[in-house]
Design a binder for this molecule. Structure first.
Ligand SMILES: Cc1cc2nc3c(=O)[nH]c(=O)nc-3n(C[C@H](O)[C@H](O)[C@H](O)COP(=O)(O)OP(=O)(O)OC[C@H]3O[C@@H](n4cnc5c(N)ncnc54)[C@H](O)[C@@H]3O)c2cc1C
Length: 650
C-alpha cells in the first residue's frame, strides 16, 4: 500500500488525462519508456523501441511518433491503475530486468558488473545505499573519543560532513573561503559552467529536478550546493575563513596536531583523531613563471581569481591558455572586448553537444519532479553517456596502423567526426584548422565541450597565437617569434597545481612529510584515498581519481566518502587508536593503476599535459571505469591496514 501522500499525488497526476498526455509529450521518450517498463513490468514496448535508441543522449533517439503516442497512453493507464488500487511503487527491478532496461536505455549492452552500481546510484527505495551503518551498537562515550577534521567545503568536503553527521561521529570542517562550494565558489569567470550534465553531476543522495540548464553555469551550481549545505544544517561544525596550515601526526598520542590560520593571520592548534582532506585537486591556481610578468602595467589575473572590477569592454585582452576554463572564457568575452589574443600552447579536442546551452523547459522540469522514477532513469542515461560508454575507444590497439593520431578504429572515427566538426565551424579555413587540430588522439586531454570556441576563433577581433608567451612587457605579451601583442588586460587560464594535491598544507606522518613521500609531482595513494605512514588520514579527490574519460567528480567523491566512512567505522567499532594502510596493497594498487594507464590514451607519447608528471607517469587520472572504482571502494578490507589498539588509561 502506498502512502496517502503518494496516492494523492498520483490521483492528481491522472485527474486530467488529456493534460497529462500533453505534458508527457514534452518529455524524453526513453526515460519515460523505462518508467513505464518499471511500473508495469511489461517489456513489449521496450523491445519495440530499442532499435530506435542509438545512444544514451536524447538527441541520439528517434522513436517514431506512433510508438511515442502508444507509450504515453500506456503510461497514463499505468499511473491511473496505481492511483486507483493505491499500490505502492515497485521496488528496483530484478537484476535480469534491470540489465535489459539499461541496455535499451543507452542503445548498447551495459556490462553486467554495472548492475550493483546502477541500483545504488538510483536508490529506488529512497534510502541512500551508499550510507555506512554501524554493525553493532557504538556508545556515545566511544564516539566522543574520536574527532574528525574535514579540510574544505566543496562538493567532496560537504558530502563527507553530511555522512559524518549522519553517523554521529564528532567532526569539524575548516574552510578557507567565506562560503561553501569550492570550485564553484572560486571560479566566477564569464562563461564558467559544467561540462558534465548536472542531472548526473550532483549528489546521488540529493538529486535535483529543477535545474534550469542541462549544463549549468557557475551560479546555478553554487545555488544547488548552498541548498544542500543549508538542508544539512551543519552550522556548528563549520568554521569559515580559516585555513589548515599543517597537520603533524603524534605517534604517542595517536592524534593529528593541526594548525589553523584565521583570516586575520592568527593561528590556533586543534588535536584530532583523523583528518579527511577535501581540499580539492583543482583548487590552487598554477601561475606560470614568465619573464616580465611583474612589469606588465595592466590588470593580470588567473581565471579562478577573476577581477570583476575590470571592465573588458573595448579592451585589448591577452588570454593565456586554451584548456577547459580558457575554452569557456574566450567565447564569453570575445563579443565585448576590442581585441582578444589567445595564446595556445597545444590544442584541445572539443565536442559539440546540442544540449550545452539549452534550457530545461518547464515541461521537462515538471516531468522530472512528478513522474515517478523519471529522474532516476534519466540520471542513469547521463551517467553512461558521459563516461564509461567511451572508455573502450581510449584503449591502445597494439596492431593499429596509425598510432600517432588515433588508438583504434573507434578512436579514429571519433577523430574524424571531431575534425569534420571543426572544419565546419571554422568555415573551411584550413590554415586555422591545422592550428587547432591536436596531433594526439581524441581524449588525450579531457574532451571539452565546444561552446562556440571554434566559431569564436573566426571572429575579426580574435587572433590565435600557437605559441607560449616568451615574455611580458609593460604593454603586452611577446610570442616565441618575438612578436609583441599589445594588451590592456591579461587573463591567465593556466590551470591548477593538480600534480601536488594537498599543496600547500604541510602534512607530516610517521616518517616524514607528504612531500618527502611524493616529491613535487608524484602523488600516490591506495584507491586515491590512503597513504602508508599517514595513519587516520584520508584524501578525497586524491591521486589518480580524476575522471579523464568523463564521468562526474561528484560520483568519484561519493565513492571516496563511502570508503572513508567504512574505514572510520572499522576504526571506531574496534575502538582502535589508529589505522595505517599497509605498503603491500598500496604498492600493488599503484602497480595496477600504472599498468592500466600503459594501455590507455594518457600515456600516448604525443600527450603532454597536467595529467602526467615530469617522468611521464599519469598522476591525476583514474584509469578505471566508474563501476570498477565503485566496486573497489564499496568494501573495506581490514587486512589491508595495521591497527594500533587504543592505550588503556588507568
Ligand atoms: C572551472 C571548472 C569546471 C569544472 N567542471 C567540472 C565538470 O563539469 N565535471 C566534473 O566532474 N568536474 C569538474 N571540475 C572539477 C571540480 O573541481 C570537481 O568537480 C569538484 O567541484 C571538486 O570538489 P572538491 O570538493 O573535491 O574540491 P574543490 O571544489 O576544489 O573544493 C576544495 C575546498 O577546499 C578548500 N580548501 C583547500 N585548501 C584548504 C585549506 N588548507 N584549509 C581550508 N580549506 C581549504 C577550498 O577553499 C575549497 O573550498 C571542474 C573544475 C573547474 C575548476
Amino acid at each position: 500500500m502506498a502512502s496517502s501522500e503518494d496516492i494523492q499525488a498520483l490521483k492528481s497526476l491522472v485527474a486530467e488525462p488529456k493534460l497529462l498526455d500533453v505534458r508527457l509529450a514534452q518529455l524524453d521518450p526513453v526515460p519515460l519508456l523505462l518508467v513505464y517498463t518499471h511500473l508495469s513490468g511489461d517489456e513489449d514496448l521496450l523491445q519495440r523501441c530499442r532499435p530506435y535508441i542509438k545512444g544514451a543522449w536524447s538527441f541520439e533517439v528517434e522513436v517514431p511518433q506512433d510508438l511515442q503516442a502508444e507509450l504515453r497512453a500506456k503510461v497514463i493507464t499505468t499511473l491511473k491503475d496505481y492511483a486507483q488500487t493505491a499500490r505502492a511503487l515497485p521496488p528496483a527491478p530484478d537484476v535480469a530486468t534491470l540489465q535489459r532496461m539499461c541496455d535499451a536505455a543507452v542503445g548498447q549492452h551495459v556490462p553486467s558488473e554495472y548492475m550493483p552500481m546502477v541500483l545504488e546510484e538510483l536508490n529506488f527505495d529512497g534510502t541512500d545505499a551508499k550510507s555506512v551503518r554501524w554493525r553493532k551498537p557504538v556508545s556515545q562515550v566511544t564516539l566522543d573519543r574520536y574527532h574528525v577534521l574535514v579540510i574544505g567545503l566543496g562538493y567532496s568536503g560537504l558530502a563527507m560532513a553530511i555522512k559524518l553527521k549522519e553517523a554521529g561521529i564528532p567532526f569539524t570542517v575548516i574552510e578557507k573561503n567565506d562560503d561553501v562550494g569550492g570550485t564553484w565558489y572560486e571560479n566566477t569567470y564569464p562563461g564558467v559552467a559544467v561540462d558534465t550534465p548536472n542531472h548526473f553531476y550532483s549528489y546521488s543522495f540529493r538529486t535535483e529536478s529543477n535545474w534550469d540548464h542541462y549544463f549549468a553555469q557557475g551560479p546555478e551550481i553554487i545555488k544547488y550546493i548552498r541548498n544542500v549545505y543549508r538542508e544539512a544544517n551543519l552550522g556548528e561544525h563549520v568554521r569559515f575563513e580559516e585555513e589548515v596550515v599543517s597537520a603533524v601526526w603524534d605517534k604517542h598520542a595517536a592524534l593529528w596536531n593541526v594548525r589553523i590560520r584565521r583570516n586575520d593571520g592568527s593561528e590556533y592548534p586543534m588535536a584530532v583523531t583523523a583528518v579527511v582532506s577535501g581540499s580539492g585537486l583543482l583548487n590552487r591556481p598554477s601561475i606560470p613563471d614568465i619573464p616580465g610578468m611583474k612589469d606588465f602595467k595592466g590588470p593580470m589575473f588567473h581565471s579562478a581569481r577573476w577581477d570583476h572590477s575590470v571592465d573588458l569592454t573595448g579592451k585589448r585582452v591577452v588570454q593565456v591558455g586554451t584548456g577547459a576554463s580558457g575554452m569557456q572564457i574566450g567565447p564569453a568575452i570575445a563579443p565585448k572586448v576590442g581585441k582578444l589574443t589567445i595564446f595556445q600552447r597545444s590544442p584541445h579536442w572539443a565536442r559539440k553537444n546540442p544540449l550545452l546551452f539549452a534550457e530545461v523547459t518547464d515541461g521537462v522540469k515538471w516531468g522530472l519532479a512528478n513522474i515517478p522514477y523519471y529522474t532516476k532513469w534519466y540520471r542513469f542515461q547521463l551517467l553512461y553517456a558521459t563516461s564509461d560508454g567511451v572508455l573502450p575507444s581510449l584503449r591502445k590497439d597494439p596492431n593499429w596502423p596509425e598510432p600517432e593520431t588515433s588508438l583504434n578504429a573507434a578512436n579514429k572515427e571519433i577523430r574524424e567526426m571531431l575534425v569534420a566538426h571543426m572544419r565546419n565551424e571554422l568555415g573551411g579555413d584550413e590554415e586555422l584548422l591545422a592550428k587547432v587540430t591536436p596531433s594526439f588522439p581524441p581524449y588525450g586531454k579531457r574532451m571539452l565541450r565546444d561552446g562556440n570556441w571554434f566559431r569564436t576563433l573566426t571572429r575579426d577581433n580574435v587572433e590565435l597565437v600557437t605559441s607560449t608567451v616568451q615574455k611580458f612587457t609593460p604593454t603586452g605579451a611577446v610570442d616565441q617569434e618575438g612578436v609583441e601583442h599589445p594588451a590592456d588586460v591579461v587573463i591567465l587560464a593556466t590551470g591548477f597545481k593538480a600534480q601536488a594535491p594537498l599543496f600547500p598544507i604541510e602534512i607530516v606522518g610517521t616518517n616524514g612529510s607528504i612531500r618527502d613521500h611524493w616529491g613535487d609531482d608524484n602523488p600516490r595513494a591506495y584507491l586515491g584515498v590512503t597513504v602508508p605512514e599517514f595513519p587516520n588520514f584520508y584524501i578525497l579527490y586524491g591521486p589518480n581519481t580524476n575522471g579523464g574519460h568523463g564521468g562526474s567528480a561528484v560520483f568519484n567523491s561519493e565513492c571516496q566518502v563511502r570508503y572513508t566512512m567504512l574505514a572510520l567505522r572499522e576504526l571506531i567499532e574496534r575502538e582502535a587508536a589508529s589505522m595505517d594502510v599497509r605498503e603491500e596493497p598500496f604498492e600493488q594498487y599503484n602497480r595496477l593503476v600504472d599498468a592500466e594507464h600503459a594501455q590507455l590514451v594518457w600515456t600516448h607519447p604525443g600527450v603532454k599535459n597536467w595529467y602526467r608528471n615530469k617522468d611521464g607517469r599519469v598522476v591525476t587520472n583514474s584509469p578505471w571505469r566508474l563501476c570498477h572504482y565503485r566496486n573497489l571502494t564499496a568494501n573495506f578490507d581490514p587486512a589491508e591496514y595495521d591497527f594500533e589498539p587504543a592505550k588503556v588509561t588507568a
